[in-house]
Design a protein around this ligand. Structure first.
Ligand SMILES: Cc1ncc(COP(=O)(O)O)c(C=O)c1O
Length: 399
């Protein structure tokens, strides 16, 4: 059976070039501790610093401003816990990834105050709402650049400006934006920005936090003086090398118009779904989005059932729903945008990676209508809906 992977926001396959770059650091020659001063340590130190240069080039900062972490989650945690203390106020949004939302909740338990700024029906934060949320004790604004479920890109430059005017630190979670759209930290005006390797065809378990020079960030891990005392622990050299290689490939891809190619595939998907299938809609369709993500609701369908049915046809997609304690919770992102719990549960995310081709999209499109039709046939609500629409359309047809 043909298999097509369209869940690249969950994780992306490691590119062969990235694997090649990593292999020497997984063998018997280049294994030194990057803190050792002998030949072996010098070799891995040089590799780590080369990767730092590659990551800095992707987001337009200085090498010394990149702190390597174990992934996007740690980068988000470091940004929030590294800046906020009891008594501080934080402004974030209702649609952040749980790496930020659950950190904010924990900070509330530790004595911080948090404002969760809402989004509109397109999934966009209004910078004026962020401005209005600011207080005399606001220490940090944390707003994501691109949402992982909808791909909606937030007005981070405007938020950067207002943060600078108010003299408040600004963290942007760019895990789903970096490498997919141009990300320039000087342009955004943020003090902190999170990245993750496995969303850009690098290895899982590696990421980075951009920390603008002069940001008063406190370390979360105590130990050696690694990463200029901002993140203790012997470096994951192979992972860091993989992140560097993936960052460079992503940067060159953007220069060569890879984003345009993927936007074309995303548009092909959305246009065909909307044309061929009734009672569907694109979440965040009216907002600026990264080219790699499309979230569509299919009324009268349970998202989980659709993911399983598509998987049986060889197509890997995803729901926006998180499974907690056995119950399927509707996505906090989609409900924050005003979707009913039913429509949020009926939403399916399609997300592209570098490996995807037009043939992949066409294959998924060739099996989708039948899957949707079959699942809808099982829905009593759909039967009722079809009966009503047939009654309504009958006079027109006869006429
Ligand atoms: C927006 C966003 N932030 C943070 C993370 C966490 O990154 P990681 O999986 O590297 O911990 C993810 C992962 O899905 C994400 O989509």
């Amino acid at each position: 059976m043909r298999r097509v992977y369209l869940d690249n926001n969950a994780t992306t396959p490691l590119l062969p070039e990235v694997r090649e770059a990593m292999l020497p650091y997984l063998g018997e020659e280049q294994f030194g501790n990057a803190s050792s001063i002998h030949h072996y340590g010098q070799q891995t130190r040089a590799a780590v610093e080369r990767a730092r240069e590659q990551v800095a080039a992707l987001v337009g900062c200085r090498q010394a401003e990149i702190v390597f972490t174990s992934g996007g989650t740690e980068a988000d945690n470091l940004a929030l816990f590294g800046l906020a203390k009891a008594g501080d106020h934080i402004a974030t949004s209702t649609i952040e990834h749980h790496a930020v939302l659950h950190s904010a909740k924990r900070l509330e338990a530790l004595g911080c105050e948090v404002t969760y700024v809402p989004v509109d029906g397109r999934g966009l934060v209004d910078p004026d709402d962020v401005r209005r949320a600011l207080r005399s004790n606001t220490r940090l604004i944390s707003i994501m650049m691109a949402n992982n479920e909808t791909g909606v890109v937030q007005p981070v430059e405007e938020i950067g400006k207002l943060a600078a005017e108010a003299d408040v630190w600004f963290h942007a979670d760019a895990v789903q934006a970096a490498g997919k759209v141009r990300v320039s930290v000087p342009q955004i005006g943020c003090d902190l920005l999170s990245l993750s390797a496995h969303k850009i065809h690098g290895p899982q378990g590696t990421g980075a936090l951009y920390v603008r020079k002069g940001t008063l960030l406190e370390a979360m891990l105590y130990g050696g003086r690694h990463e200029r005392s901002r993140r203790a622990g012997t470096e994951n050299v192979a992972g860091i090398v993989g992140l560097g290689a993936a960052a460079e490939i992503a940067r060159l891809g953007l220069e060569q118009g890879e984003d345009q190619r993927l936007a074309g595939l995303r548009d092909r998907w959305e246009k065909t779904v909307v044309e061929k299938i009734e009672a569907v809609g694109v979440n965040g369709g009216g907002a600026p989005r990264v080219p790699t993500t499309s979230s569509i609701w299919y009324d009268f369908i349970e998202g989980e059932a659709m993911v399983i049915a598509m998987d049986l046809k060889g197509v890997a997609l995803s729901t926006g729903a998180a499974c907690s304690s056995g119950a399927i919770e509707p996505s906090h992102v989609l409900t924050a945008m005003g979707l009913s719990p039913e429509r949020a549960r009926a939403s399916i995310r399609f997300s592209l990676g570098k490996q995807n081709t037009a043939e992949d999209v066409d294959y998924a499109l060739s099996v989708l209508p039948e899957v949707v039709g079959r699942l809808r046939e099982l829905s009593p609500l759909y039967k009722k809906h079809s009966a009503i629409s047939t009654q309504h359309s009958a006079p027109t047809r006869i006429g």
